[in-house]
Design a protein around this ligand. Sequence first.
Ligand code: DGJ
Length: 738
Amino acid sequence: MRLAGAADHGMPPARLVHLRSSSSSVVLDVGSGVPCILHWGAALAADIDLDAFAAAFERPIANGELDVVGPLALVPEHGSGFAGRPGLIGSRPDGTAWSPRFVIGEWHAVIATGAEPGLDGDSLQCTAVDSVAKLTLTTDVHLEPTGVLTITCTLSNDGDTAYRLSALTVSLALPAAATELLTFTGRHTRELHPQRRPFDTGALVAENRRGRTSHEHLPFILAGVGGFGEWQGEVWSAHLAWSGNHTIVAECLADGRRYLQLGELLHDGEIALAPGASYATPRVVATYAANGMTAASQSLHRHLRARSTHPHRARPVLLNTWEAVYFDHDTDRLKALADAAASVGIERFVLDDGWFGARRNDRAGLGDWWVSPDVYPDGLAPLIAHVRSLGMEFGIWVEPEMVNPESDLFRAHPEWALVTAGYEPVLGRYQLVLDLANPAAYEHVFAQLDALLRDHDIAYVKWDMNRDHAQASGADGRAGTHAQTLALYRMLDELNARHPDVEIESCSSGGARIDHEILQRTVRVWTSDCNDALERQTIQRGASLLIPPELMGAHIGPTISHTTGRRHALAFRAITALFGHLGVEWNLLDATAAERDALRDVIAVHKRLRPLLHGGDVVRFDVPGGNGAAGFGSVPSPAIHAHGVYAPDRSEAVVAVVQLRTADSLTPPPLRLPGLDPDRRYRIELVPIAGQGRLGSARRQPAWLRDGIDLTGAQLAAHGLQLPVMHPETAILLHLTT
Ligand code: DGJ
């Protein structure tokens, strides 16, 4: 059904639009100007009486308030009496038009009729105009069948002077029941750590000015009812699909209303819209789940898996050379490493940093994307041919957005650096950012990458980005992060179009560029430079909320972790890395024959389970400890992590149980597995991994560990399966079949 309207600007009629998916409903009022969310939550009947529903939302006006209730619109307006953070902040050169107030213009909605939501989802597009400020605001709202809600807003300047835009953000009104917030913070080698806090009066503001998605403020926020967990409690989540600067706000107003607000962070003067020009926000990707975070992440995973660019061929197990050799490149040694890799079942060999220009350490060479004759006198061809002859694909590392002052490129074109003229630039890892919005710089870098891919048999590119922006000005002296981010996207898009068989990974000092927009043009994110399995448990659990396992790089490192010095058994490292796009980052030339044999078995297990791991529904479980600590952000942190993947038809499942620290009680609790087919009988068996030894100090462990056990889905949900006593930093893998 197509609804359309053009309101009388004097007396805007209330216009209610009901978007539906099978798991949620969004009711919007488009009558008063910019659309307002009246309801975003539980699915409502298709034929609900919307006027009566909306009447139930009418707010009283308390003493001390304005005579209107300032609408909490998708772009709320100070000018309409909204007391929170306006969605649009900007002005004209003379200071006017700083507080726009829009009225509804053209709008139309495409809504499936009938009891079942439509195949393409429901959508709404609204144009609102402010004829005084001479601005037009278009909002696009789409509720997908996956349950994911996407929103973008576009501001157009209809005036005859420039409009200086400081912020255009999307606000999502939430019900009063959302009383807790969950965000993810981190740093290099410790990404994606959960932070849970009350959502009460006041605002949480997270601002990222690093010019990349960032380690410390993943642009993702969840709000939920008190104590929301993996399988219980209403949860609303919102992600900003953007790889540059961003702002995320969660505010609870004095009148009790609350909202999440997400958008690009713009530096002062960064966007000045010329007459006729427009600015579009990054997409906000949001979900509602009636019963916890596992359902929320399943929607987000389905959303990503529905993209036409989603990788559908099996994710090749890779070996990455970084922690194996760092900058110490030598063709013969790399060939020997490739031999070892192939012998354990590796499918892709990725040559990391150090192969080009003067790149013998991290002080030089970035920008010179030609093969170093010092290290590779015969070029890369012999190594690539060797790798290919072993049946593996060849991948290569690049960091195209960067330049070292110590490089041919910088010596020839110092003016291409993204710096502010007249100041000593701030270096990061001895490097500067290259201004890719400068067409000449862009063409130069693009031509080098294009030639690299054209002249070599390369199937995979690890695209890295290792420094923050600081005083990043474009050629015109204006802040340049916005233009740089768009130029990055353009370059990735053009490379993908020119080399459609090459897959690109997004890396940024580990996990500083994990977002859905970079994933529009890449097939994998590097989750963290920390390969310590204990740390990885938390990092990957956080990442699993936003992205599915096949997009999440997870490597088995050496016995002693390079970043933490911890020592872990191969079984623990393997069970941790199995739940991602598996890789190995370990100098296998140092591994013993027994270790290589065990690694070969692990890789074989991964390949056997890969269709399930990379195509099933990710599940996480809250395992209560003696003190109640269970899930994301609980204090103290959980002692046990349990998570897995269920086959979409529930015929099979794989579940990992991980003992992170010493348990709170002498014996752990049973593990409940909700969400399986209640009527089916599951055979549960321990998957032997890498010669896994003694699990824990117990005189007797449950017999199912040895014999397996048969239980129905209903039993597993209601009571669960008694866990064994386990030592800290051990894990077990369970396979459920029907
Ligand atoms: C940072 C990345 O995260 C690492 O994996 C590695 O590629 C280095 N850069 C190389 O400089």
